[in-house]
Design a protein around this ligand. Sequence first.
Ligand code: NAD
Length: 283
Amino acid sequence: MQISKVMVVGAGQMGTGIAQVCIQAGFEVVLHDVKSDILEKARTQMSEGLTRAVAKREMTEQEMATSLSRLQTSTNLAESSTCDLIIEAIIEDLTLKKELFKKLDQMIPTHAILASNTSSLPITEMAAVTNRPDKVIGMHFMNPVPVMELVEMIRGLQTSDHTYETMHTLANQLGKTAVEVKDFPGFVSNRVLMPMINEAIYAVYEGVATPKDIDTVMKLGMNHPMGPLTLADFIGLDTCLSIMEILHEGFSDSKYRPCPLLRQYVKAGWLGKKAGQGFFEYT
Ligand code: NAD
């Protein structure tokens, strides 16, 4: 199937990055969010990202202008009626995502594919609220999207081979490497990553070492490019907490219990880099 026009729903850190790689790869993009100031911020961030790419000679000024001309922003979800693919990147909340999929299913063309960038929620359950479960798939980009090469492609129980192949090809067109993963809590990436982050938070909670020293152990001792607590701040502590809750509930296994300190930070609004405060301070 030929995809030419994409709607990205949710212009947060992930949606903005996804829209950017799509316009760079030559797709027409409608970026949708609930408020126009969020969309303005996303457009500015995208332009800054592309300006940096020009400075690094990764693209010309002309290519940057052409890419930005492919971007439309809108608070009107009904703009999806002319799109071949919708990539959902709203907050990690299954009820909200299901509501959105139900609405989109009524609005978009019959051939259109519905993809979710969820980090951990069940694709099969989102697909079940639509009349096109064969055309629903998980497309889990990594943060920051323009930099990270991996996309986990999650096949729901009813995702068709045709949908999978179309989206695998699209991931390659975006310059990404796609890995096929089955629809189980946390997929592969977060099932392995999040318990490590949660354990690092327990180490802070129990006073084993400071956040800075815990990150240093993992960077210098394990050759990780970024410490787990810095990474948690970048991902967003609210997102980390909801993924741990999904693993905990999905596997009914206490080894996935979220650290009380993580819950406390989220309750305080210390959500990491996006809030200016998490395990570290950001100005
Ligand atoms: P974010 O909080 O930065 O952005 C979410 C955006 O969605 C906000 O701009 C919000 O206004 C918008 N939104 C909320 N409800 C909406 C609705 N009904 N319609 C339209 N827009 C709506 O979140 P994020 O970090 O970009 O994460 C988005 C998704 O990507 C989540 O599912 C998350 O699990 C997943 N994800 C996040 C990361 C990460 O590192 N942050 C990595 C991979 C995947």
